[in-house]
Design a protein. Structure first.
Length: 123
């Protein structure tokens, strides 16, 4: 029970840390956005349609960066779990699947064994 509580506390603390970092990041991003709004408006006024194309390219690159960041964060989380010897959700699911498969195979083997015992008694 103590190990489970420790794992839950570690998970909770890591989630709180990630949320705090996200909040700090978004606050900085908001301040940068507010500071750059006037320059952006001037640029869009001067560039016109070319500015729109540039904006779409920037948004696309930002989306790619976000996806890569999420991928890297997942890799880091998996490596931390491995270092702490905590089973990752994917590993737990794989083990459950393997257990189900082994149970089915055992049931099939028992049925075959019982069937062969019935055949021997009838002979």
């Amino acid at each position: 029970m103590k190990a489970r509580t420790l794992i839950e506390l570690l998970t909770l603390s890591s989630k709180l840390y990630v949320i705090a970092k996200d909040k700090e990041f978004f606050e900085k991003l908001k301040s940068y956005g507010e500071k750059g709004q006037e320059k952006y408006d001037e640029f869009m006024h001067e560039e016109g349609d070319e500015g729109d194309d540039l904006l779409h390219k920037l948004l696309h690159k930002a989306q790619e960066a976000k996806e890569e960041l999420e991928r890297k964060m997942e890799e880091v989380a998996v490596s931390v779990y491995k270092k702490m010897r905590i089973a990752h959700t994917d590993q737990v699911e794989a083990l459950h699947t393997e257990i189900d498969l082994l149970r089915r195979q055992l049931n099939l083997a028992e049925a075959r064994f019982n069937n062969s015992q019935i055949d021997k008694t009838q002979s």
